[in-house]
Design a protein around this ligand. Structure first.
Ligand SMILES: Cc1cc2nc3c(=O)[nH]c(=O)nc-3n(C[C@H](O)[C@H](O)[C@H](O)COP(=O)(O)OP(=O)(O)OC[C@H]3O[C@@H](n4cnc5c(N)ncnc54)[C@H](O)[C@@H]3O)c2cc1C
Length: 320
């Protein structure tokens, strides 16, 4: 995932977290981890690999096990048009391959607008997003625009509205930690609208975002109710067992059948739960990141949860 702030609003439960986040910013450690042979194995738990072929192979495996997929080409903040163009080309190649492999009815793509130019030229980001949407349409699949920090929310929703004039299936992401989100959810809970609801992954100031995890969860439930009550297609992105259970209960209360909404989780996180939900008949979409820029993404997954860090350290120890 691009430009997630590495110091997201999680409670201070992981004593290694600051260390890992410092390592994420340290160039020497980055080079060491990125080139260590063991990293490859650990990376493979959370990242599909570096190439389009890797991404397609993992997609095939997930699809064969009954899951659906959304693919994210990893990249850091893109600050020039040439890098933005590389990202666009990566998506075009991926969409082509998904179509050629007969996977495009079960796999879509997630795009971060910052990776296609939003940071320095909103018009360029829109033009690039249009090219990706056109390729997705030709491949027979869809696109979801990831949401980044709050300074980009208005721009992302503007671009979404523009894209949806031609491709009404373009999906949005809304973050329950933002105070504004119930209003955004209400505006987007309309027929044909695909909305992913997540807690939010960036460190945001209290002027715009709830800081208390309980408030973030309560907001998640309010927003989930509004999405389920509306006419759109909600996509509930969370690994939180309590929220997954509440979503199930609220979906039933709103008369939502499996297939009229979906659960989403990250590749490598709670894979058994992903399969359990799918076996109950739910649509479960796995967010699969791939690409050369996996280091920052991996470090953020490590920092989020002690168990992930332990897994990484065990893998390192077993090779020493
Ligand atoms: C498909 C998907 C797409 C996303 N897209 C975006 C986006 O566009 N923009 C954005 O800002 N953020 C995005 N996110 C990230 C999201 O905002 C959260 O930062 C992230 O999902 C962590 O929040 P959580 O709801 O999973 O629960 P957390 O609050 O992190 O955890 C709650 C509980 O979930 C369980 N849990 C969490 N992680 C694990 C684990 N590794 N193993 C086992 N149990 C675990 C634990 O019981 C934990 O107590 C996305 C997340 C997903 C799943």
């Amino acid at each position: 995932m691009v430009r997630e702030d590495t110091s997201r609003t999680v409670p201070p439960v992981n004593p290694l977290r600051s260390l890992i986040l410092a390592a994420a910013r340290n160039g020497t450690i980055r080079r060491l981890v990125a080139t260590a042979p063991v990293s490859r194995d650990v990376v493979r738990r959370f990242v599909a690999g570096e190439t389009t072929a890797d991404a397609v192979a993992v997609t095939r495996r997930l699809v064969d096990s009954g899951l659906t997929v959304t693919l994210d080409h990893l990249g850091e903040d893109t600050t020039d048009a040439a890098l933005a163009e590389q990202t666009v080309q990566a998506y075009l190649e991926l969409l082509d391959q998904l179509h050629a492999e007969g996977l495009s009815d079960r796999a879509e793509v997630s795009v971060k607008l910052s990776a296609v130019g939003q940071m320095f030229d909103e018009d360029l980001a829109l033009a690039n997003a249009k090219r990706i949407c056109a390729a997705a349409e030709a491949a027979g699949t869809t696109v979801t625009l990831d949401m980044e920090d709050h300074t980009t929310t208005d721009s992302t929703l503007r671009i979404l509205a523009e894209l949806r004039r031609t491709w009404p299936w373009v999906g949005a992401v809304l973050q329950s930690y933002l105070h504004r989100t119930l209003d955004d959810v209400t505006a987007l809970a309309t027929s044909g609208s695909r909305v992913r609801l997540c807690k939010g992954a960036y460190k945001e100031p209290e002027t715009v975002a709830f800081q208390d995890p309980i408030e973030v969860d309560k907001s998640y439930v309010r927003c989930a109710n509004a999405l389920l009550a509306g006419d759109g297609y909600p996509k509930f992105a969370t690994h939180d067992p309590r929220l997954v259970r509440i979503i199930g209960e609220r979906a039933e209360a709103h008369g939502r059948k499996p297939g009229s909404f979906e659960h989403q989780m990250l590749f490598g996180i709670r894979p058994d739960e992903q399969l359990r939900l799918a076996q109950l008949g739910h649509t479960v979409r796995v967010y699969v990141p791939y690409g050369g820029e996996w280091y920052g993404y991996l470090m953020r997954r490590m920092a989020e949860r002690p168990a992930n860090t332990a897994f990484f350290l065990r893998a390192l120890a077993s090779r020493s």
